[in-house]
Design a protein around this ligand. Structure first.
Ligand code: ATR
Length: 266
């Protein structure tokens, strides 16, 4: 039987993961099948347990289940524990194992696809939800001179930063007068065409604005471009985190550049 994998989410029909993993499989000559599972909002564990019982070897986990997946995994990686969230499940072990490749995906996209060196940079991370939590530790490891976390609910940014010194956390208003070389939007504001209340002069000369959302031009990216910053959506992060998951399951690194180029062309 062909080894089976799937992405689990709600909604999940829009997911590009089945297509991306099919490209990786073809490219590396791995015989896998990769589907999509729509789990009920309160039925994540059951859906994954059923998939595992039916022979499913691994799963990617997307919104809104990354915290459920963290609880589902009996063992987990250090980076999954730091993020308190799991986007990659290994199901063909004695007990389900959870990992989180989102941070590696972001750093991989910045470094490999965008040629961006984080060392010594002033970095602002917007948001304090699941998407932001997964990338704080990997960002710090890349050696920025400063990492600030801002959130609409300032208390959540303070709490998140408190877990990752020397990161600092607070409200957007507190950033007035400061400038950053890299501003990463890890909020879901763009999905409803909204913009966090970012001070307008936040972008340093030559700054890069990065929105983890993909497939739409968000108000954040528009404002950044108007301010003279370079702008990138999160499509590259999606492909890079998928490649990292593929490596965890299959032990081979697929090439991401042709897959990203094909997605951009489509
Ligand atoms: P995710 O897992 O995608 O991060 P989440 O945990 O619901 O989802 O977090 C959503 C994030 O987007 C939060 O940081 C949220 O800010 P609050 O903590 O203040 O709710 C942020 N967010 C969502 N809509 C926003 C908006 N219109 N303006 C600013 N921040 C927004």
């Amino acid at each position: 039987m062909t080894d089976r994998y799937a992405v689990v989410g709600n909604p999940v029909a829009h997911s590009k993961s089945p297509w991306i993993h099919a490209q990786f499989a073809r490219q590396t000559g791995q015989a896998i099948e990769y589907g999509a599972i729509l789990a009920p909002i309160d039925g994540f564990s059951r859906a994954v347990a059923e998939f595992r019982a039916a022979g499913g070897r691994g799963a990617n986990v997307t919104l809104p289940f990354k915290q459920d997946a963290f609880r589902f995994a009996a063992r987990s990686s250090e980076r999954a524990r730091a993020a308190q969230a799991v986007n990659t499940l290994v199901l063909d072990a004695d007990v389900p194992y959870g990992d989180n490749t989102d941070g590696a995906g972001l750093i991989g996209d910045l470094q490999r696809n965008l040629g961006y060196d984080l060392a010594g940079k002033r970095v602002l991370l917007m948001g304090a939800g699941g998407a932001a939590q997964g990338v704080v530790a990997p960002l710090l490891e890349a050696g920025p001179s400063r990492l600030a976390i801002a959130n609409r609910t300032a208390r959540k940014a303070l709490e998140l930063a408190g877990r990752f010194p020397p990161a600092t956390g607070g409200s957007y208003a507190e950033l007035a007068g400061e400038q950053f070389d890299l501003v990463i939007n890890a909020t879901s504001a763009g999905l409803s065409d909204e913009l966090p209340s970012l001070p307008r002069a936040i972008f340093a000369k030559g700054a890069l604005a990065y929105d983890m959302v993909y497939g739409r031009d968000t108000p954040f990216l528009r404002v950044a471009r108007e301010a003279g910053a370079a702008a990138s959506d999160g499509l590259g992060m999606l492909v890079e985190q998928a490649a990292e998951s593929f490596f965890i399951w299959r032990g081979v690194h697929p090439e991401t550049a042709p897959v990203l180029a094909a997605l951009r062309g489509a």
